[in-house]
Design a protein around this ligand. Structure first.
Ligand code: MG
Length: 381
């Protein structure tokens, strides 16, 4: 039977690659809902090709603009309500949650509440509200399949293993676009420099997050929630080639790693076909050709944002939401050319220092802390 999919964030990097996977195996999937923001040209193309029941866009104006071009039987909705309708009301049994940023949280929760299986690429939902998302999924009997390449790797390494035998997780990090520069050389890097990631093809925000190592910090917090392990058993290892996507060390000292060429379509497809494996358009790994793989210890002085992420994760409560919101606001300002690259980390650090962590926050508290942090970080000098 075809899997009925809602793709939230369909015009972004993960969304388009998800639809690539679907197009490669059309009998296995039916697209019921697509949610995008403002890229209605691409959304329209996707709607004509996949004929979903629902498409959701950012605003009422955009919904009116897109309506005349939609195929018969496709309805346009908009705003936060539209997004939630696309997640939970399109008749999907599986939601790919690939919105960027904390925008994804409410729609991820709506999909869980509706009992859909979740393919999670929106790491910010777990970072800001991991305790709520994971509890809600447990209560509803909903499975969260990781789409992030590192978490997909760990998920694959844990297949059939006893969780009690896990000693630690090792998340690999490429080091991002500036890995060969010193801190001094980072002072005046440009947006264009930052957007050149050496290995992965990704959206703008995550490419900047890779350069600051915020992305790895978000992934550490994400792993904490997905795999239910304390932070002192989650390590990060620099691995410039991005061939080993992550590893698990077991109590008997065995280490299981998952390898492959960097191609997001592999973890996306595995999240959709689990436990089955299917042929993929990704190029096969040729280790003889790769020759040498490098690993080195993570440098927390070179990448202070990773240290801040561990601190926020260990503090728990609202601290990770502050870490995430401060970063989102700072990255948006860097992308607009308002602040230099290194100001991203000083803004995150200051917002965390000034925040009084609230333990076990409810969703409303998280959302208001998120909003306040964003507003403050947007004007911080
Ligand atoms: Mg990743």
């Amino acid at each position: 039977m075809a899997k009925k999919l809602a793709v939230l964030g369909s015009t972004g990097s993960i969304g388009t690659q998800t639809l690539d996977v679907v197009a490669g195996d059309p009998d296995s999937y039916e697209i019921t809902g697509l949610a995008a923001g403002r890229n209605i040209r691409l959304l329209l193309e996707q709607a004509r090709r996949f004929r979903p029941k629902l498409v959701s866009v950012a605003t009422r104006e955009l919904a009116e603009e897109i309506r005349p071009g939609l195929p018969p039987g496709t309805k346009a909705v908009y705003g936060e309500e539209g997004l939630i309708e696309a997640a939970a009301g399109s008749g999907a049994d599986y939601a790919v949650c690939a919105l960027v940023g904390s925008l994804g949280l409410k729609s991820t929760l709506a999909a869980i509440d509706a009992g859909l299986s979740i393919g999670l690429a929106n790491k910010e939902s777990l970072v800001a509200a991991g305790h709520i998302v994971t509890k809600r999924a447990r209560d509803k009997g909903v499975t969260i399949y990781p789409i992030d390449s590192e978490h997909s790797a760990i998920f694959q390494c844990l297949n059939g293993e006893d969780g009690r035998a896990v000693k630690r997780l090792v998340i690999t990090a490429s080091g991002g676009s500036f890995r060969d520069r010193t801190r001094d050389e980072l002072a005046d890097v440009t947006v264009a420099d930052a957007l050149k990631h050496p290995n992965w093809s990704m959206g703008a925000k995550i490419t900047i997050d890779s350069a600051t190592m915020v992305n790895k910090g978000l992934e550490v917090i994400e792993a904490h929630w997905l795999f239910d392990l304390p932070y002192d058993r989650i390590d990060v290892l620099l691995h410039p080639e991005s061939i080993v996507h992550s590893m698990v060390e077991f109590t008997d000292t065995s280490v299981i790693a998952q390898l492959g060429n960097p191609d997001m379509r592999v973890p996306i497809q595995y999240a959709l076909t689990y436990p089955a494996r299917k042929p993929s358009p990704a190029s096969p790994l040729d280790l003889a050709k790769a020759g040498t793989l490098h690993f080195r210890e993570m440098d927390f002085e070179r990448y202070p944002c990773l240290r801040l992420a561990y601190e926020a994760g260990r503090a728990g409560g609202t601290a990770p939401a502050v870490f995430n919101a401060a970063n989102e606001a700072a990255v948006a300002r860097f992308l607009k050319g308002e602040i230099p690259f290194l100001a991203i980390e000083t803004i995150i650090e200051r917002m965390l220092r000034e925040h009084r962590t609230i333990g076990d926050p409810d969703l409303e508290t998280i959302l208001s802390v998120d909003e306040r942090t964003r507003a403050e970080a947007a004007v911080l000098r």
